[in-house]
Ligand binder design. Structure first.
Ligand SMILES: Cc1cc2nc3c(=O)[nH]c(=O)nc-3n(C[C@H](O)[C@H](O)[C@H](O)COP(=O)(O)OP(=O)(O)OC[C@H]3O[C@@H](n4cnc5c(N)ncnc54)[C@H](O)[C@@H]3O)c2cc1C
Length: 153
């Protein structure tokens, strides 16, 4: 059982900055994300796209924003469960919560924060029989070498 002060579902920009704010209050965080890396949409969909609406950054690539957030929270030593989807939450008699993922990993904390954006990311899978037998065992899903996108938005 992984124990922490604050359990954050979603290791996206919102979840990562929550680690910083909690760290200032000397609270430790553990993050769960269905994706294999932190950063949410910014890392998974458009890491090479410039963003223009982050305070203090006239222009920053989405991937660089995530790298900066990860650097900013390093002093607070957050831990991660990546590549697993939070599926159930149970309240215990001591008023703490247990969150269990689709792979059975259990996490316990008195506070659970949900930074889930539009929900957990799932790849669009080809319709092949027994595909799940090969996932994490030869079959993986990724956006291959996302190119720099030049449109604003
Ligand atoms: C192509 C594109 C361009 C964009 N450009 C901009 C822009 O220039 N400026 C801007 O401000 N916004 C932009 N956006 C929107 C921006 O990406 C989103 O508003 C932002 O990512 C939301 O951030 P978030 O931290 O709330 O969560 P998200 O980035 O949506 O991340 C949510 C995370 O939570 C995880 N999650 C959810 N539920 C679970 C669960 N049950 N278990 C485990 N993990 C879970 C998901 O896997 C995901 O990683 C753009 C979006 C797209 C698609």
């Amino acid at each position: 059982m992984i124990k922490t002060d604050i359990l954050i579902i979603g290791a996206d920009p919102t979840g990562l900055f929550a680690v910083f704010e909690a760290g200032l209050l000397q609270l430790k965080c553990h993050l769960i994300d269905a994706l294999p890396q932190a950063g949410g949409q910014c890392s998974e969909i458009y890491p090479k796209k410039p963003i223009y609406d982050i305070p203090g950054f006239p222009e920053v690539l989405a991937g660089d924003l995530v790298d900066n957030l990860m650097e900013q929270i390093k002093p607070f030593q957050p831990s991660f469960t990546l590549g697993e989807r939070a599926e159930t939450i149970e309240k215990l008699n001591d008023n703490t919560y247990v969150v269990t993922t689709n792979k059975g990993t259990q996490h316990n904390a008195p506070i659970v924060a949900i930074a889930g954006g539009l929900g957990s990311f799932e790849p669009r899978k080809p319709l092949l029989e027994n595909l799940s037998d090969y996932e994490d065992n030869g079959v993986s899903y990724m956006i291959k070498d996302p190119k720099r996108i030049v449109t604003k938005g």
